[in-house]
Design a protein around this ligand. Structure first.
Ligand code: HEM
Length: 404
């Protein structure tokens, strides 16, 4: 075990608001062992930005980790060439070009449909009525599992996230995670032969009139490239576990941040501040993924702390994004901040989020502008108290609003 100074946390308080404890760690013990989490935490931006790239020390390969055991061996738990080969396929489907040309119009159509249905209601919870279904529809399209119910997309994503953070080994949480992965596997099994032997595959002359271009989804892209089925399944589960709650939390959270700071919303409405800045500053301020774990592969000393092989390390992105050594007044949501784009909410190394371009498009280009445009007079419901939860994954629990 590392000789890092030991810092205790109250897990309940940390779940409700991790930022005060993280600020103390950054100041006093930036590399600290937290017994309640069973891991050594890196909380300063400069450490994380440098060390995440050192994959020979901070390995993503964690064969005994909960993610591998519950969701299969996906690309995020691989290093080097093996990781890069699968990442290339993911980016072929999710990179900036396919996002602009193919996915953004789909996101836009979904957002318009949802907002048109909401508009006459005059009140809603932005989490469950807008951000959740919109993120799930987008993810159904991106993964290629368009026959999955959007409610299942959200519930199964959450069940996997809970499963891989189940360090206490609660059997009920593990059972829910198994049920979720079984549901996803069933959806993949249904779709797999259709993609493999669909009309355009059986006879290139007989094209399904609905199919005007090769299927660009993650499932089809990985299948076409001949990636082993087990890896395809694991990467689809990874995309579902990592591609639902973050956009959901960022859409609802950023909308709340604007509604709670009307003077800053006015600057966005006037065009003085672009939506892209809202997206970046929100991800910096309240990062939907607070950390990424690594396994120490070889002895390494940093800042007087010696880490030993097999130690578990958490790179605390949420803390790095509030590092006062880099961001002035980091606790403030401030759209005037020109350094907002320097956040590391998508990571800072070779595992930089493969869904970043899709998220930027979905949230900054579509979800937020459409919401404020199509629901005139949008405001927080009177007396609404918006609470946030989580530290590994963090977002608002509900955002009651009204309009008109
Ligand atoms: C606001 C939205 C999102 C945030 C904040 C986010 C954040 C992250 C973070 C922090 C990582 C780990 C980076 C690291 O360890 O260095 C990651 C990895 C990943 N994310 Fe996202 N993510 C978002 C949306 C998405 C979406 C929509 C998808 C897929 C449709 C996705 C797919 C992935 C994949 C496949 C990886 C693994 C990349 C690799 O191992 O090379 N993410 N994401």
């Amino acid at each position: 075990m590392s000789n890092a100074p030991i810092v205790d946390i109250d897990p309940t308080a940390f779940w409700h608001d991790p930022y005060p404890a993280l600020a103390v760690m950054r100041r006093e013990h930036p590399v600290a062992y937290v017994p309640q989490l069973g891991a050594t935490l890196f909380t300063r931006r400069e450490h994380i930005v440098e060390l995440e790239k050192r994959i020979e020390v901070f390995s993503s390969h964690q064969p005994q980790g909960l993610m591998n055991r519950l969701m299969g061996h996906n690309m995020m738990r691989k290093d080097g060439a093996e990781h890069l080969a699968e990442r290339k396929l993911m980016l072929a489907a999710l990179g900036p070009q396919p996002v602009r040309a193919h996915w953004e119009p789909i996101f836009r159509a979904d957002a318009t449909r949802l907002l048109d249905a909401l508009a006459p209601r005059r009140q809603a919870d932005l989490v469950s009525d807008y951000a959740m279904p919109l993120a799930a529809h987008a993810l159904r399209a991106l993964t290629g599992l368009t026959h999955m119910r959007w409610q299942d997309m959200d519930a199964w994503s959450q069940a996997m996230i809970d499963g891989i953070a189940n360090y206490g080994g609660d059997p009920a949480i593990e059972a829910r995670c198994h049920a979720a992965t079984a549901g996803i596997d069933a959806c993949i099994s249904e779709r797999w032969p259709v993609l493999m032997h669909g009309p355009e595959k059986r006879d290139p002359e007989v094209r399904d009139p609905e199919v005007r271009e090769p299927d660009q989804s993650l499932l089809a892209t990985m299948q076409r490239a001949g990636l082993p089925e087990a890896s395809v399944r694991a990467n689809i589960k990874l995309s579902i576990s990592g591609g639902q709650n973050e956009p959901r939390d960022a859409i609802a959270g950023a909308a709340w941040a604007l509604l709670a700071h009307p003077e800053q919303l006015a600057r966005v409405r006037s065009g003085a501040v672009p939506w892209r800045r809202v997206f970046d500053e929100y991800l910096r301020w309240i990062s939907p993924i607070g950390m990424s774990p690594r396994r120490v592969a070889q002895r390494y000393t940093v800042d007087g702390v010696t880490l030993e092989p097999e130690d578990r390390v958490f790179f605390m992105f949420g803390s790095a994004n509030r590092d006062e050594a880099f961001f002035a007044e980091p606790e403030r949501f401030d759209l005037g901040r020109t350094t907002a784009g320097a956040h590391i909410a998508f990571g800072a190394g070779p595992h930089y989020c493969a869904g970043a371009a899709a998220s930027k498009s979905l949230i900054a280009e579509v979800a937020l502008p459409a919401l404020f445009e199509r629901l005139p007079g949008l405001r927080l419901a009177p007396g609404a108290e918006v609470r946030f939860g989580g530290w590994a994954f963090r977002g608002p629990l509900a955002v009651p609003v009204c309009w008109g």
